[in-house]
Design a protein around this ligand. Structure first.
Ligand code: GP9
Ligand code: MN
Length: 416
C-alpha cells in the first residue's frame, strides 16, 4: 500500500539521483522529437571492430563521430529480452527475475516515458513489424500510454522481404518513414529492429560483408546480420535527412541484449583473442548507446551505466521535468554525478573498479580475483534496490505515486 511506496521514495531520496544534472547538455534537445531505436541483439563488441579487415558497423562508427557515445553501458535484461529493455527505458525500473513484465503485469499503473512526454505535448508511437501480440505488446503499450502501435499489419510483408522473424530491417525502415512523417510533432517514436536475431539468418543479397566463408559459424553469421542492421540504420538516417526530421530529432540507439550467448563463447574467443573468464563475460554484456543531438559536438561519456539510466538521460537532454513523482532507479548519464554501480538482474554488479559475479569479486580492468571485502559493501544496496523495484511492480505501487501530494492538497484546503 502507500506505506510501501514511502519506503521506495525514501530510498530514492537518499540516493538523490534525480536532482538537476547541471550538465551543459541538459536541455540541449529541448522541444525536439525523440526517436529511440532498439538494436536487436547488438553487443558493444561489434563497434569499431574489424573482421577480415572490414568494419562490422561502418555506419554506426561514423555516427558515433557526430554523437554522444557511452562505451560503458551494460544491458540488464533477463528472460523478457527485448521487452525487458523496452520496459527499463520507458519506466526506469528493473525487469523481473522470471518472465517479462509485459506478460505478467500489463494492467499495472505506470508513469512511463510516453506519459511524461505527453504532459509536454508529445505524441508517442511504436514501430515494430511483428505480430502485435508478441510479448503482449498491444496490451502493455496501451498501459504505457502509447498513442499508436504500428505492428505487422501496418507493413507490406511478404516472403521476399522477410527473413527469420519477419520483415527485414531495410524494408522495415523504408516503409516506416512515410508513417513517421505523418505523426504530429513533437513525437516520441520507438523503432524495434528484428533481423539481427538468433539464429542470425540472412539471404545472400543482404550480405554486405565480403567474407567468403561458405559455412560460417554462429559468431560469423552474427557479424553478417549486424552488418546488415548497420546498413538498415544508414537507410533510415538518410530517410530522416530527406524528410527534414533529422535536424528536428534527438536519436537514441541502444543494444537490447547480447546476441552471442555463453554457449558460443568458445567460438568468440579466437575473434577477441582472449579467454572469456567470468569477469570478461560480464564485460561482454556491454551494449552500444549512441545519442545524436542536432547541433551538438561528439563526446565520449565514459561513466558506467545501464538501461535503467536511459530514461533519465533522455529527460535530461530534452529538459523535461515530470509533473508527478518519479519512481525510477535510473540516473542521467550526462550528469556530473558519476554512477557508482550497475546492477544486473541476477545480482551481478559492476562498479568503476570491481565486478561481482558467480560469487567472486574481480578487479574489472585486470580481470584478477580480489578480496571479497572490495565487493561486500555493495551487497545490501544491490539486493535492496532489486527488491524495491520488484515491490513497485508486484504491489502495483505506482497507483500511489501521488499520495503525499494529495495529502498536501487536502492540508492546504483545510487550512483555508
Ligand atoms: C520480437 C522481438 C525479438 O518481436 O522483440 O524478441 P526477443 O527474443 O529478442 O525478445
Ligand atoms: Mn531482442
Amino acid at each position: 500500500d502507500s506505506a510501501d511506496i514511502k519506503e521506495v521514495k525514501n530510498y530514492l531520496k537518499s540516493r538523490n539521483n534525480h536532482e538537476n544534472s547541471q550538465s551543459p547538455l541538459s536541455g540541449s534537445g529541448k522541444g525536439k522529437n525523440i526517436i529511440v531505436i532498439s538494436l536487436e541483439s547488438t553487443q558493444q563488441l561489434v563497434i569499431n571492430r574489424k573482421i577480415n579487415g572490414e568494419e562490422i558497423t561502418p555506419f554506426l562508427n561514423s555516427l558515433i563521430k557526430d554523437s554522444l557515445y557511452f562505451p560503458n553501458v551494460y544491458h540488464q535484461t533477463a528472460q523478457g529480452k527485448t521487452s525487458d529493455a523496452e520496459f527499463m527505458i520507458d519506466n526506469g525500473l528493473y525487469p523481473l527475475s522470471g518472465g517479462s513484465v509485459f506478460v505478467r503485469r500489463p494492467r499495472n499503473e505506470f508513469y512511463s516515458l510516453p506519459q511524461i512526454l505527453q504532459e509536454k505535448g508529445y505524441y508517442s508511437a511504436v514501430f515494430h513489424s511483428n505480430d502485435e501480440t508478441f510479448w503482449n505488446r498491444e496490451n502493455m503499450y496501451h498501459s504505457l500510454g502509447y498513442n499508436k502501435f504500428f505492428s505487422k499489419t501496418s507493413y507490406h510483408v511478404n516472403e521476399e522481404n522477410s527473413v527469420n522473424y519477419g520483415l527485414k530491417d531495410i524494408p522495415f525502415f523504408k516503409q516506416s518513414i512515410p508513417l513517421l512523417e505523418k505523426l504530429p510533432q513533437p513525437f516520441y517514436a520507438k523503432f524495434l529492429t528484428l533481423t539481427n536475431h538468433f539464429p542470425f539468418l540472412l539471404n545472400e543479397e543482404d550480405q554486405y560483408l565480403n567474407d567468403e566463408e561458405e559455412n560460417p559459424d554462429l559468431v560469423h553469421r552474427y557479424f553478417r546480420t549486424v552488418r546488415y542492421e548497420d546498413e538498415a540504420i544508414k537507410t533510415f538516417i538518410n530517410g530522416l535527412k530527406k524528410s527534414g526530421l533529422y535536424d528536428q530529432s534527438v536519436i537514441v540507439l541502444y543494444g537490447d541484449h547480447y546476441g552471442i550467448s555463453k554457449s558460443y563463447h568458445k567460438q568468440l574467443e579466437p575473434v577477441l583473442g582472449k579467454e572469456i573468464t567470468p569477469n570478461e563475460q560480464v564485460e561482454l554484456q556491454k551494449v552500444p548507446l549512441i545519442i545524436h543531438i542536432p547541433g551538438q559536438k561528439a563526446q565520449e561519456i565514459k561513466s558506467i551505466g545501464g538501461q535503467t539510466d536511459i530514461r533519465q538521460t533522455i529527460l535530461d537532454i530534452l529538459g523535461v521535468r515530470p509533473q508527478k513523482n518519479v519512481i525510477d532507479f535510473g540516473q542521467s548519464l550526462i550528469s556530473n554525478k558519476e554512477k557508482d554501480f550497475v546492477i544486473f538482474r541476477d545480482g551481478t554488479f559492476v562498479t568503476n573498479k570491481y565486478t561481482y559475479t558467480e560469487n567472486t569479486c574481480f578487479n574489472k580492468r585486470s580481470g584478477k580475483k580480489v578480496k571479497m571485502n572490495k565487493c561486500t559493501p555493495y551487497f545490501d544496496r544491490v539486493q535492496n534496490e532489486l527488491n524495491l523495484s520488484d515491490n513497485v511492480i508486484f504491489g502495483d505501487l505506482l497507483r500511489f505515486k501521488d499520495e503525499d501530494r494529495k495529502y498536501n492538497k487536502k492540508d492546504e484546503q483545510s487550512e483555508n
